[in-house]
Structure formats: C-alpha cells, structure tokens
Ligand binder design. Sequence first.
Ligand code: COA
Length: 260
Amino acid sequence: MSYNNLLVADAGGIRTITINRPDQLNALNRETISELDSALTEADANKSVRVLIITGSGAKAFVAGADIKEFAHFSIPEGKALSADGQKKLFDHVENMSKPVIAAVNGFALGGGLELAMSCHFRVASDNARMGLPEVSLGVIPGYGGTQRLARLVGKGKAMEMIMTAGMIKADEALQWGLVNHVVSQADLLAKCNELATAIMKNSPTALAAAIRAVNAGYEPGADGMQREIEEFGKCFGTADFKEGTSAFMEKRKAVFKGE
Ligand code: COA
C-alpha cells in the first residue's frame, strides 16, 4: 500500500511508520490520520509484522500537532467531530493495537504529536526532543486524549501544569517525569527502538497482545483491570505459544513462537 503522507519500511518483523510531512513539521491533517488508520489496520492483520515503531520525518519534528490550518475555521460540531473521529481512528487505535507500538520521538512532539506519542505503548526520545500540549495558547484544549493520557502517565499535578502553561519540556525532563522511557542522541534513536523491538520480538505474540489488553483495561472507565488480567492469564493456557514457551523452558532450548 502506498501513502501520500507516510513512509512504511519493514525489517525482520519490525515495521517503521514515518509520518512524512517535514515541511509542515509532520502536522496531523485529516488525510494523514486516515492513512495512519489504514496503515495500523494493515499492520495489525499482517502476521509478519511483530512490532511497530512510529516516528517523524526530518531532524526537527516528531509531529508538531494537529494541523492548525485545517481546523482554524471549524464550528462547534466540526470541532467535536474532529476530536471524536481522531480519537477513534488514530489515538485509541494505536493504544489498542495487538502488537507493541513504540514512539520514536525525534523532535517536537506538541499537541496531537505528544498525544500520538502517549497513545503508543511506550516512548523513546532523542535528546533534541521537546514535548508539550500548547492547545490553550490557541484557545482550545487537547482533544486527542491528552487531558487523560498525560495525567495517567505523569500524574495530575504535572499534567495540569503542562496543559495550563502550554509550555514545552526537554527530553531529560520528560525522562525524569516518566513520560519517555529512554533518551538517546538523534543518530541513535531508531537503533535504540530497534534494539527494544528485537528484545520484544523474542516473546510470544499472543502473550504480548494479552498483556496489552490487560494493562489497557486498567485505564478503561468501568473496566475491572484485575478481572481482565485473570481472564487474559487464563486464556494464555489454551494457546500454542504457552505450550511452546513452557516446553522450551523445560527442554532447555529457546522458544520459537508462532502466535495465533
Ligand atoms: N499545524 C499546521 N502547520 C504547522 C504546525 C501545526 N501544528 N506546526 C508547524 N506547522 C508548519 C508551519 O506553519 C510552517 O509552515 P509554513 O512554512 O507553510 O508557514 C512549518 O510547519 C514550519 O514551522 P515554523 O513555525 O516555521 O517552525 P519554527 O521552527 O519556527 O517553530 C514550532 C516550530 C513547533 C515551535 C512551531 O511550528 C509551532 O509552534 N507549531 C505549532 C505547535 C502547536 O501549537 N501544536 C498544537 C496544535 S493543536
């Protein structure tokens, strides 16, 4: 599949999706969100894809936000639809992928850019990265899950400060806050993400998918995360990967997982 605003590259089970609008600092317009939706659907269904990395094109930005030029003249219903459609197509979609998704934050991750990074299962940043939710400086609020996911990741007080000041934090501060898991040089960013993806790929795809569902359940309103864990744990016992993983341990060999 080819896209106007994305580059997709595969290497040994790792799929890297690069948002490719560098002259607009990879801002998320409607077409890019729709293409990401299609690319995620395809990657989730494609058995040869085991881990995804999402990054931005160029040396300056991961994603500098939702495309301000596109929504500047929207009405109230259009604004509401923008938020609802975007959350469903992209942000919730990324979070609920059955395969691990790593954000490689290679520069500015602002507004929708930080919201996209926060929807990924975890984040690695380059040392030039700058992160923030500047929406209130535009007279709007984060609408792609930022008010919820930032507070979950860094706590309510820090989230309130970041949202209220509309300020940016540097990569080392994001690391201290727990917003990103690692900070490396820009030159090493994709290598670090690939190293993590390679470690993840040694593990059972069915167990990874179950772990994602169980962790996410703890953040779903009304869902009982502990109960979901019990159910997902139990279901693992009926999988080929569980038989392979436990047999390999007892036979003192490396497991070869096939997934479902
Ligand atoms: N939406 C649409 N276009 C954007 C954009 C966004 N969120 N962020 C950057 N761009 C565009 C700029 O308009 C400019 O395009 P142009 O050359 O056609 O005018 C191009 O990307 C380069 O950006 P520029 O502002 O010239 O770069 P800079 O280095 O001076 O500043 C930023 C970089 C990230 C600080 C600045 O672009 C910025 O503040 N962007 C908006 C961030 C934001 O508020 N995001 C939340 C949106 S809800």
